[in-house]
Structures are given as structure tokens and as C-alpha cells.
Design a protein. Structure first.
Lengths: 118, 112
């Protein structure tokens, strides 16, 4: 089945630094990827839709200048948390759909990145 | 607005049957998904309903009533490893495109 790889799995950084998270579709092409954020015991909240070759679409309340998304190829999207602060500490998960798979167009998720900002 | 409701927590014993309910109000509807998520891990796909009725898949079944905005996930012959969070998600045809909108999840604890 389709595989989405996400790195790193865990990041601990100092306040004010930037952190880049990579999301790759390993065996399919993903023109669209989705970035979610999940706080403890909370739902997965959609942050933005990443579109290959064009600007990302951000959900209301998500700062596009703080959460930079780059989708430069059909298999790679990156999320950069700029000038991270403790309130940005969360579980970030990327996902993609394999449109060429036929059948149910379910989302495949990366393994997630636990970001802890000190 | 968009809203997906499911119970926060449920408990059950090994071998039992448990039903996790989900109600939704979304601007559009193009399918309802159930995912299982263990703490600190990514969600894994369990089931998908787009038409009314019951979809059975081994120990897990999922039901949908579009007119009622209602779904449930039925887990049979519960095992300890079924202890996890179960997420109800709806594909909305609104501004978010093909992204899924998730409920807060139901934490299921299975005891022996």
C-alpha cells in the first residue's frame, strides 16, 4: 500500500529557532498533501493544504509566515516552523492521498513529528 | 459550521463488543472515515462509508446514516491491543478541498 514517510519523528529545540519537517510519498505521486497539528488529547486540526508547484492554502487562524510550506516536487512537502515558541509544541502529521490507487481515496499518514520547544 | 462529535472515553472488557458513535454537521459530505490512533503514532485507516448502511471488515464494522448525520464503529471480540483512540473523520467538499475534518477522538480502554 501507499507509504508516507515523515522526518524527523521527534525534535527538541530552543525557543526562537526554526524547525523543518519533511513529508515524502514513497511509492506514489502526491500533488496535494495535508499538514495537521494535534495537541494532547485533542483532534487532528488541519493547518494547511500543500499544493505541488503553487502556494499552500492555509486554514483560518494559521499564520502562513510562521508555518512555511514548500511542495517543490510530486513526492516531497516540507513544513518549516519559524521562530518556534513553546506554544508551538505539538504533534505535526502530514498526509496524502494516492489518487492513482483506485478504490477508496483514503488519506495515508506520515508517522508524525513530536515538536518540543523549550 | 463544521462539527464532529464523539464520546471522549469508553471502557470495555476483553471479548466484549463496543459501539463508538459519531455525529457530524458539515457543509458538505463526501465520505466518512474511521481511524485508529495509538498514542504518539499516526492514525491508521479502519473503514470508509459513503453510502448509507453497514460496512463489515473482520472484527470491525462501520455504519452510516447520511440523513441523520450519524455513524458508528462497532468493535467485536475486543482485544487488549484495541486500546487506542478512535477518530471519526468526514471528507468535506468545502474550502479545505479533499482534506478530512476530524472529531476529537474516543479513547477506548480495554481491560482483562
Amino acid at each position: 500500500g501507499a507509504v508516507v514517510s515523515q522526518h524527523p519523528s521527534r525534535v527538541i529545540c530552543k525557543s526562537g529557532t526554526s524547525v523543518k519537517i519533511e513529508c515524502r510519498s514513497l511509492d506514489f505521486q502526491a500533488t496535494t498533501m495535508f499538514w495537521y497539528r494535534q495537541f494532547p488529547k485533542q483532534s487532528l486540526m488541519l493547518m494547511a493544504t500543500s499544493n505541488e508547484g503553487s502556494k499552500a492554502t492555509y486554514e483560518q487562524g494559521v499564520e502562513k509566515d510562521k508555518f512555511l510550506i514548500n511542495h517543490a516536487s510530486l513526492t516531497l512537502s516540507t513544513l518549516t516552523v519559524t521562530s518556534a515558541h513553546p506554544e508551538d509544541s505539538s504533534f505535526y502529521i502530514c498526509s496524502a492521498r494516492d489518487l492513482g490507487s483506485g478504490g477508496i481515496k483514503k488519506l495515508f499518514f506520515g508517522s508524525g513529528t513530536q515538536l518540543s520547544v523549550l | 459550521g463544521q462539527n464532529i462529535d464523539q464520546p471522549t472515553e469508553m471502557t470495555a472488557t476483553e471479548g466484549a463488543i463496543v459501539q463508538i458513535n459519531c455525529t457530524y454537521q458539515t457543509s458538505g459530505f463526501n465520505g466518512l472515515f474511521w481511524y485508529q490512533q495509538h498514542a504518539g503514532e499516526a492514525p491508521t485507516f479502519l473503514s470508509y462509508n459513503v453510502l448509507d448502511g453497514l460496512e463489515e471488515k473482520g472484527r470491525f464494522s462501520s455504519f452510516l446514516s447520511r440523513s441523520k448525520g450519524y455513524s458508528y464503529l462497532l468493535l467485536k471480540e475486543l482485544q487488549m491491543k484495541d486500546s487506542a483512540s478512535y477518530l471519526c473523520a468526514v471528507r468535506d467538499q468545502g474550502q479545505a478541498g479533499t482534506a478530512l475534518i476530524f472529531g476529537k477522538g474516543t479513547t477506548l480502554s480495554v481491560s482483562s
